[in-house]
Design a protein around this ligand. Structure first.
Ligand SMILES: *[C@@H]1O[C@H](CO)[C@@H](O)[C@H](O)[C@H]1NC(C)=O
Ligand SMILES: *[C@@H]1O[C@H](CO)[C@@H](O)[C@H](O)[C@H]1NC(C)=O
Ligand SMILES: *[C@@H]1O[C@H](CO)[C@@H](O)[C@H](O)[C@H]1NC(C)=O
Length: 844
């Protein structure tokens, strides 16, 4: 069977090549450049694109490699062809590619490996030649300067582009770089010298913190710095680089704001860096409003400290280059010679700030055409091996005590229901579980513009988004297709009205008992805002028995809004914690993403899961602060909270995963609402919750449900007797574990099994025919985009055969052809994590 498939695939690919060569032009390498202003007149361009990178998790790095002589210079038969890169232009958007690094390699990791997940970039001989991030504009090198590639001396026989993807993408990506090359010998050659640091922890909520890097420049010859580029993540406020000579005189190489486009900016005056000089870079961070420590590391939750110097030198000195990366702080004495204002932020520049966030149309950003492009990251991110302490956000002032590990018993997941990411859960008075889920829609980096406007306004979820089950797991009803976009909060009030929030629509809906369509809608469709008639990604609702209700709003606003029973605005409270500098801990009454509400009407209290502050805050019904609950055990993110009047009043809560940190478990908590004590912690057996998003309680039947974004599941826990016997305050677990849910399914899933022997081969082969057509189309499109056919008119047979083999033997290549719509894409999609943190920091 495998042979048959392989054979068919070969035919398919050959057909693709023919089809493509007939239909297309050779567009990847181009020597007919219309505008050659400032460039040598023999300039050609070559596009190095990522050959279909499909990140399915956060913070993935992909690489694609190109051969210098045949691909970039167009000389198939001359392995020692040489040339110079004189201009770089990114073919990418900061929303997709966090950064692009361009490396020169002596050899690739394994020949013919044209896309791979890369920690390791080159097989041998790695040097960085260019970096881009945050929508930096193109970079043209000064006249007479080129990045030498190919030939016998440069050790750059291949170019690899590396892209850091912060978020999973819905489809393969083909971002890349356009190189402008000349074959004319340039009198000066360019290169990059990089200073970076790591192994340092940036403390929480500190307005100014330095991370330093320094080295002695010990090359045989001088270099002239002409461009510099800074790279840090969201906390970086300023990065400055200096040369200090032996006499202790410092010269500024450049000072940059890493929140601007991370381009190479021009060095203001010409000077040389001579052998024996010291080089220093100081990265300054402002962690005001971030209540956790931050490491130097490779994910977007970490920070980086990189200062790139682009230099040129006399090309006759090419072979005398020295080490071009300065790791850590090897000459700390240098910092006594640098100016005191090295850590003073630059004056704000709204144009550059906007451009960095993607509003790059019609901006007059650069006056010099050599202030170009941009950023990257650290080269091969050094691993940070420092043990990090627990983030100290729980100040224990609440007198929190862990009383017991028990309290809830896991029963089963509500399974076999085709649900998407679970937004909200609620239980009606009869114990019916309501689930509000996202179907095949996911919340990722693509979902919203920087202004919080939902992008795919023409693609509502096509399946029923609300599912109602009884406590045995039987489906009672389902509705809500073609209406919602990104389901989030769900509440059932005491009159069995269903309340929903949709963060894509920025709206809140009430669906009266027995109906399937809303009779009350608040907020303005697809319009984010913060007034009485707008929400911005509202997260949850809580409804009083009087009909008055509260909305937590939400991802971009930091307020709780109270409405009367007819939906008229009464009042609101809350401000952003992020904009409260000068406090070590977030102040009461401020929020960093109010994500979930728990109304304790009998206590005259409403509690808020203040998600990114990792705490629960409780208020009276008018918004006056009562207490906050934030033990260390919650960690940095507390996702959801629900109230249960039993047992004198308890709260159930779930925290969230913390990326790159193992310091707390993702689990459930039972908390005494009266004093904030943790009564118990609970989890699924033999494992931990992975990304819980909401929690709800059936207080009649003593059941707690937890809905997860990923895996897309709802878990069911049985309360132990002590939690509902009000007469007894000790916590005892007596409940039997029983399987409550049976195989309930909304739709029948068709499984196609095409492997086997005998008759199944025939069936399999019949299946393969339409599949082949699909593959032909897919492969053609992919290869077209990837530049695979760039030279099909004159493709050497050696290369062609080799690449075919690669397609056939690389398991990865196969996966990529067939998995577009399968579950894998949804795994590890952390909707409510990174993106939203980014959205908050850059909210409009
Ligand atoms: C740090 O950031 C806060 C909040 O963004 C700001 O108010 C403060 O001025 C900054 N401090 C410094 C020293 O940059
Ligand atoms: C490069 O160095 C050589 C030898 O030191 C010298 O003759 C030449 O003039 C220099 N070229 C430039 C462009 O400075
Ligand atoms: C509370 O529970 C404990 C342990 O099960 C039991 O010994 C005790 O009698 C109970 N007290 C009351 C008042 O029910």
């Amino acid at each position: 069977m495998a042979d048959v498939q392989r054979c068919i695939l070969v035919v398919a690919i050959v057909l693709c090549e023919i089809l493509y060569c007939v239909l297309s032009e050779d567009s990847v390498r181009n020597c007919n450049i219309a505008d050659k202003t400032g460039l040598p007149d023999d300039v050609c361009t070559y596009e190095l694109r990522m050959k279909g990178a499909h990140p399915t998790e956060n913070d993935q790095y992909f690489c694609s490699g190109y051969d210098v002589s045949s691909d970039i210079l167009g000389e198939d038969n001359n392995p020692f062809a040489e040339g110079y890169i004189v201009k770089y232009e990114a073919l990418a958007d900061a929303n997709t590619a966090h950064h692009i690094l361009v490396f020169g390699c002596e050899s690739l990791r394994s020949e013919g490996n044209n896309i791979w997940k890369c920690g390791q970039v080159c097989g041998h001989g790695e040097q960085i030649v260019f970096a881009w991030a945050k929508n930096a504009p193109p970079l043209t090198l000064p006249n007479g300067v080129g990045q030498h590639i190919g030939g016998r001396t440069t050790k750059i026989n291949h170019i690899v582009i590396q892209i850091h993807y912060v978020n999973p993408l819905p489809a393969p990506d083909f971002s890349g770089i356009r190189l402008y090359t000349t074959r004319r010998r340039q009198p000066y050659i360019s290169g990059i010298y990089l200073l970076l640091s790591y192994g340092v922890t940036i403390p929480a909520n500190t307005p100014k913190f330095h991370v330093d890097s320094s080295c002695v420049f010990n090359w045989a010859d001088s270099i002239v710095p002409f461009g510099y580029r800074t790279h840090a993540h969201t906390l970086g406020s300023v990065i400055s680089g200096y040369k200090v000579n032996r006499g202790g005189e410092s010269t500024l190489i450049g000072k940059g704001n890493p929140q601007w486009p991370q381009a190479f900016y021009p060095v203001k005056e010409r000077f040389e860096i001579r052998p024996g000089d010291l080089l220093a870079a100081r990265c300054t961070y402002n962690s005001t409003g971030r209540f956790r420590e931050t490491e130097i590391g490779s994910t977007s939750n970490d920070e980086m400290c990189n200062f790139y110097i682009m230099y040129y030198m006399n090309s006759t000195m090419e072979l005398r280059k020295g080490e071009d990366t300065c790791y850590r702080n090897k000459a700390p004495q240098v910092f006594q010679f640098i100016p005191a204002d090295s850590d003073e932020p630059l004056p704000s520049n709204p144009d550059l700030e906007q451009m960095a966030h993607g509003h790059h149309h019609g901006m007059g950003v650069h006056s010099h055409n050599n202030e170009a492009t941009t950023t990257g990251q650290l080269i091969d991110e050094p691993k940070v091996d420092v043990e990090k302490p627990l983030v100290d956000i729980g100040d224990n002032n609440n007198g929190l005590n862990l009383k017991s590990e028990l309290g809830l018993k896991y029963i089963s997941s509500v399974k076999n229901i085709e649900i998407g990411q679970v937004g909200g859960l609620a239980v009606s008075g009869h114990g019916d579980l309501h689930i509000f889920h996202r179907g095949s829609n996911i919340w990722d980096a693509w979902s919203f513009t920087n202004d919080n406007v939902y992008r795919n306004q023409d693609k509502p979820i096509e399946v029923d988004t609300v599912i109602v089950l009884n406590k045995n797991g039987d489906i009672l009803k389902h509705f809500g297709k073609n209406r919602f976009f990104l389901p989030h909060g769900l509440t059932v009030d005491s009159k069995d009205n269903i309340w929903l929030t949709d963060v894509g629509l920025h709206q809140v809906f009430r669906i009266p008992k027995g109906s399937v369509t809303p009779d009350m809608t608040l907020g303005t469709r697809f319009e984010p805002g913060d007034d009485k008639f707008h929400f911005c990604k509202p997260s949850d609702i809580a409804v009083m028995s009087t009909g008055e209700f509260y909305v937590s709003d939400g991802y971009c606003n930091s307020r709780i809004v109270k409405f009367d029973k007819n939906g008229y605005y009464i009042k609101q409270w809350g401000t952003s914690s992020v904009q409260q500098p000068g406090h070590l801990f977030p102040q009461p009454g401020t929020f960093n993403l109010p994500h979930s509400l728990a109304l304790a009407e009998d206590k005259q209290m409403i509690c808020v899961a203040d998600r990114e502050n990792g705490r629960i805050q409780c208020f009276d019904l008018e918004g006056n602060f009562i207490r906050q609950i934030h033990p260390k055990l919650f960690g940095a993110a507390l996702y959801a909270v629900e109230y249960c009047p039993n047992h004198g009043g308890i709260l159930f809560a779930v925290n969230g995963p913390i990326y790159g940190k193992d310091s707390v478990d993702t689990q459930g908590f039972t908390v005494d609402i009266n004093n904030g004590d943790i009564v118990s912690m609970w989890n699924i057996p033999g494992s931990t919750l992975s990304h819980p998003h909401d929690v709800t309680v059936d207080s009649t039947n003593h059941i707690v449900y937890v809905g997860e974004l990923n895996p897309r599941k709802v878990w069911k826990f049985q309360m132990s007797q002590a939690l509902y016997s009000t007469a007894n305050s000790s916590v005892v677990s007596t409940t039997q574990v029983t399987e409550v849910t049976k195989g309930v399914s909304l739709e029948t899933k068709t499984e196609v099994e095409s492997e086997g022997i005998g008759p199944s081969v025939i069936i399999g082969t019949m299946l393969v025919v339409p599949v082949v057509l699909l593959i032909i189309i897919t492969v053609t499109v992919r290869l077209y985009k990837s530049g695979y056919f760039r030279n099909c008119g004159r493709m050497s047979s050696k290369r062609s055969v080799f690449s075919l083999g690669n397609f056939l033997h690389s398991h990865r290549g196969f996966d990529r052809l067939s998995t577009e719509d399968d579950d894998h894409d949804f795994e590890n999609v952390l909707d409510d994590s990174d993106n939203e943190e980014f959205n908050i920091t850059r909210k409009a």
